[in-house]
Ligand binder design. Structure first.
Ligand SMILES: [Ca+2]
Ligand SMILES: [Ca+2]
Length: 223
């Protein structure tokens, strides 16, 4: 027996596919976001950070979350605050709203220079503050520095991120900051749990399947 699924059934299955197609996190780096030194940066010195024509873009130049970097003047950022509590502010613009899931941080390998704390502030596309987080990263791996992956309980719908990096001894030295994130669902106000890949989309599939099989129920003839 041949069954013809209804149009609504086909549409629902397509919707399920589309919802899940946008669910894969992407790695954000210099190809899809921008970064600048923020005005909240304390008085201090950038040492050799910008020597040889280097720019702050080297904080987002890792080609992937798994990339390895070696510590040299072309790869790292080194800031020394004038006083304890001072630090470096970085302002990220994602270009559109994302739901961040993971922070990737390539720290310096020794306690005398590494980053000890990162204070994040998150903003929506309308530049409204939507949350803050404190992160205390580990020392970087040695000799090749690979990222520590930190699950970030960031708010949804984030376009702008401010990161304030400090060292307990005024030294702030690291290689890269990266984020893995999904493009936000434009219909989600940003205050609800993440809507993708969950019971909601499975529910749509369930409705579709019910619609499909509902059409195949044999017609019983009551006599
Ligand atoms: Ca770098
Ligand atoms: Ca330190």
């Amino acid at each position: 027996m041949l069954f013809k699924p209804s149009l609504s059934c086909v549409l629902l299955i397509c919707t399920f596919g589309a919802v899940n197609a946008v669910a894969a996190p992407v790695y954000l780096n210099e190809t899809n976001i921008s970064v600048a030194v923020g005005s909240g940066t304390s008085s201090g010195s950038f040492n050799n950070t910008f020597a040889g024509g280097n720019t702050i873009n080297k904080v987002i130049d890792a080609p992937s979350a798994d990339a390895e970097e070696f510590h040299n003047q072309s790869t790292h950022i080194w800031f020394t605050a004038d006083s304890v509590g001072g630090g470096l502010e970085l302002d990220f613009d994602f270009g559109q709203e994302y739901d961040i899931s993971t922070l990737h941080f390539w720290n310096y390998t020794g306690e005398n220079f590494d980053v000890d704390e990162i204070d994040f502030t998150f903003f929506s596309a309308s530049n409204t503050e939507v949350g803050t987080l404190e992160v205390f990263p580990d020392l970087g791996s040695s000799p090749g520095i690979k990222a520590q992956d930190i699950n970030l309980a960031a708010p949804l719908n984030v376009q702008y991120v401010t990161a304030f990096l400090t060292g307990s001894n005024r030294q702030v030295d690291f290689q890269n900051i990266g984020f893995s994130a999904e493009v936000s669902d434009p219909t989600n106000p940003g205050t609800d749990p993440a809507p993708v890949s969950g019971p909601g989309s499975l529910g749509l599939l369930g409705i579709a399947m019910a619609s499909l099989f509902g059409r195949f129920r044999p017609h019983r003839k009551w006599v």
